[in-house]
Write a protein that binds this ligand. Structure first.
Ligand SMILES: C[S@@+](CC[C@H](N)C(=O)[O-])C[C@H]1O[C@@H](n2cnc3c(N)ncnc32)[C@H](O)[C@@H]1O
Length: 269
């Protein structure tokens, strides 16, 4: 890796990435509607080279490579995510901090599914990504709207807080899943980074998984998985918090509303 400024995030995602890698099939199933949005966006903007930022285990990178035939590169700060991504082939994966990495090539399209909310200096990061685009280059990413609009995630945070009452409350302005929830702030960040033609549109999708996968999901991902790591009897604790998610269970299926922004922008050159 050339250089890294987000070392706390690198450490965090190296650890969290192990759970994501274990549960990657579940994550990809649950987040599939947002993968489909980005594949559709890539089909509408045929480009030779596509960069997927914060690609994680690489499902979106691979899906765009398969759907468009473009050369697709995934960049991620977490080695544990990339180990899993590289197992599948079909795309190239680079370990780097996307905020500062000097990309050696230019990309006609930069995409991201929930991978651009973790920069300590988002203006610098989006300016760096702009430098990595071709003159006709475009940016298209999906990011979460507010916690209130994403009740599955707030339920997980509340359930974890009941297990770790001393944990500090999440700071909405700090790098994290909701760092770009405020569309006005996101537009300002992108403008200051030099992007033009900015469009921020609400997209709502229902994410689903079989009920049998809910406990493996909760124990590998998000705030509950972190709380369970410190527990003496994780199975007992999981059974205790599982009831908080009943409202999302419909028969043998879990249905989770996902409230997001689809953000597009273009290189002003
Ligand atoms: C919520 S996960 C999303 C992963 C993947 N895009 C997906 O949808 O499955 C966020 C990803 O962003 C990566 N990430 C966080 N900060 C980064 C940075 N500065 N540069 C590159 N990747 C970063 C994390 O390592 C993690 O894999």
């Amino acid at each position: 890796m050339t250089s890294e400024v987000n070392s706390a995030q690198a450490e965090w995602w190296n650890d969290a990435g192990k759970g994501w890698a274990r549960a990657q099939d579940i994550v990809d199933l649950v987040l599939r509607p947002f993968q489909d949005l980005l594949v559709e966006a890539a089909r509408a903007r045929p480009r030779e080279q596509v960069l997927d930022v914060g690609c994680g285990t690489g499902a979106v990178t691979r899906a765009i490579a398969e759907a468009t035939g473009a050369r697709c590169v995934g960049v991620d700060i977490s080695e544990s995510m990339l180990v899993a991504a590289r197992e599948h082939g079909k795309a190239e994966f680079v370990r780097a901090d996307a905020q500062v990495h000097r990309f050696e090539e230019s990309f006609g399209l930069i995409v991201s599914r929930f991978g651009v909310m973790f920069f300590d200096d988002p203006i610098a990061a989006f300016a760096n990504l702009l430098r990595a685009t071709t003159p006709d280059g475009e940016l298209c990413f999906i990011t979460w709207r507010t916690p209130e609009e994403n009740p599955f995630m707030t339920t997980a945070t509340r359930a974890a807080a009941s297990l770790l009452p001393d944990a500090p409350a999440p700071d909405p302005d700090a790098p994290g899943p909701f760092a770009l929830a405020d569309a006005t702030k996101t537009r300002r960040i992108l403008e200051q980074a030099g992007w033009s033609g900015i469009d921020i549109s609400a997209v709502d999708r229902i994410c689903t998984m079989p009920e049998a996968l809910l406990e493996p999901y909760l124990s590998n991902l998000g705030p509950i998985s972190r709380a369970l790591k410190e527990a003496e009897d994780p199975a007992e604790i999981l059974a205790r918090v599982r009831g908080a998610f009943d409202e999302f269970v419909h028969g043998d299926e879990v249905r989770v509303p996902g409230a997001c922004w689809q953000v597009t922008a273009s290189n002003p050159l």
